[in-house]
Design a protein around this ligand. Structure first.
Ligand SMILES: *Cc1c(COP(=O)(O)O)cnc(C)c1O
Length: 413
């Protein structure tokens, strides 16, 4: 038999969502009349907006005609989409990028999972805790960590606790943590909904430039930022092009979780170093990786993504995000009225609440399911510092959100 990659054995076997599913199934089987509302899932619920659907239809028609049919496209993405990204997401906020610094892909999960391939096998990783699990697991698979301890922290990974004390945006570490090669940051954060300010990001950029680390900045939820003072891109910080990669997705911004389109920015000013200590362009490495292992996002899907940037697309997707943010506000107000301490949910689709009396997050999960027939996500599932917290998502129908708030009011009165 063929030897397998033993590093996979270090992973905690897809524990969180299967366990939630198991407990909900068990409860529903015992209480078949209970109408369970799921507020736990990080997936959009609204259908694609009309301008995106029209663009997809038109692109399908082009593919049906010899003269306009397209086969393989450019691996980095068609210029019509890259130009729109460059102008609308970056130039409009004072960030100048070249087209070859933007890599269109079929999802941010792949991008944040794959980007570690261009770093050394012994690169040292830093993440926040709680954290989006892909950053850690992709490095575990690549053999960059030791085993997990009983709370799920992997040996060799540096974890920075995101707590109420630091507003869930940890400051960069001091040098006692030892050298770091790659730091993963997510703002607005999944799971806490916290957003880094310009000053906080500037501290990270200054740290990365001083220590030579590369920041992987996951901005999957940037479109939910409504305060113009808050940075949507790390490149709004002076000097970030020399130390940061940025990941963005159309998934949460335009309902593309099932359509699949995203992009990653790797500036040409960003350098790593080789074994001899000589500078090497990370943009060139990622271009090599991307063109070797990826053959481009579907033409139809790139046309759909480009429609996000048309005036109608901006208005329609903006209204959709406003709808989710209104859901978040309704949930937040209902939870606060019921006595909860709630974070997030202002510039993000996630609310991060303290469990009553800092009850264990799985015990609170069981109580919420049993007494209110509501499903959320235990904070401990995102890392040990998530213990005592609970994530609720604004991705739902308005009717379900209103009903959920009524049940919370009844249960915790
Ligand atoms: C949903 C999400 C993404 C986007 O993933 P896609 O693969 O583009 O759908 C990226 N990062 C975080 C933190 C997310 O929650």
């Amino acid at each position: 038999m063929t030897r397998i990659n033993d590093d996979y054995a270090k992973l905690r076997a897809g524990y969180l969502f299967p366990e939630i599913g198991r407990r909900v199934r068990e409860f529903s089987a015992a209480h078949p009349d209970a109408k369970v509302i799921r507020l736990g899932i990080g997936d959009v619920t609204e259908p694609l907006v009309p301008s995106i659907v029209a663009a997809m239809h038109a692109a399908v028609e082009e593919m049906a005609v010899r003269e306009t049919f397209r086969g393989y496209g450019p691996e980095q993405g068609y210029d019509f989409l890259v130009d729109a990204i460059r102008a609308n997401d970056y130039a409009s906020r004072g960030v100048a990028l070249d087209n070859d610094e933007i890599f269109v892909s079929d999802g941010s999960k792949c991008d944040v999972g794959n980007v570690q391939e261009i770093f050394a096998k012994d690169a040292r990783i830093l993440v926040t805790d709680p954290v989006y699990p892909v950053y850690v697991d992709s490095n575990v698979m690549a053999g960059r960590t030791g085993a997990a301890d009983e709370v799920g922290r992997f040996a060799g990974v540096t974890y920075l606790a995101a707590t109420a004390q630091n507003g869930f945006v940890p400051a960069p570490p001091d040098d006692s943590v030892g050298p770091i090669d790659v730091a993963y940051l997510c703002s607005p954060s999944n799971p806490t909904g916290a957003v880094a300010t310009k000053a906080q990001l500037a501290a990270w950029v200054a740290w990365a430039r001083r220590t030579g680390a590369t920041i992987v900045f996951d901005a999957a939820y940037e479109a939910y930022i409504r305060d113009p003072e808050l940075p949507r891109s790390i490149y709004e910080i002076e000097g970030a092009k020399e130390c940061a990669i940025e990941v963005r997705s159309f998934s949460k911004r335009a309902g593309f979780t099932g359509v699949r389109c995203a992009f990653m920015v790797v500036p040409k000013a960003l350098m790593g170093k080789n074994a001899a200590g000589e500078p090497v362009s990370l943009n060139a490495l990622w271009a090599r990786r991307h063109t070797t292992k990826f053959n481009g996002t579907s033409y139809v899907i790139q046309r759909a993504a480009a429609a996000v940037y048309t005036p109608a697309g901006q208005a329609e997707t903006g209204a959709q995000i406003d709808f989710y943010l209104d859901n978040a506000r309704i949930l937040r107000e209902g939870l606060v009225a019921a006595g909860f301490t709630v974070y997030g949910g202002v510039h993000a689709p996630y609310l991060w609440l303290e469990t009553p009396g800092r009850q264990s997050s799985w015990d609170f999960f069981d109580r919420l399911l049993r007494e209110a027939h509501l499903v959320g996500t235990p904070g401990a599932g995102f890392g040990p510092s998530g213990e005592g917290y609970f994530r609720l998502s604004a991705y739902n129908s308005r009717a379900n959100v209103v009903e959920a708030v009524a049940r919370i009011a009844r249960t915790f009165r």
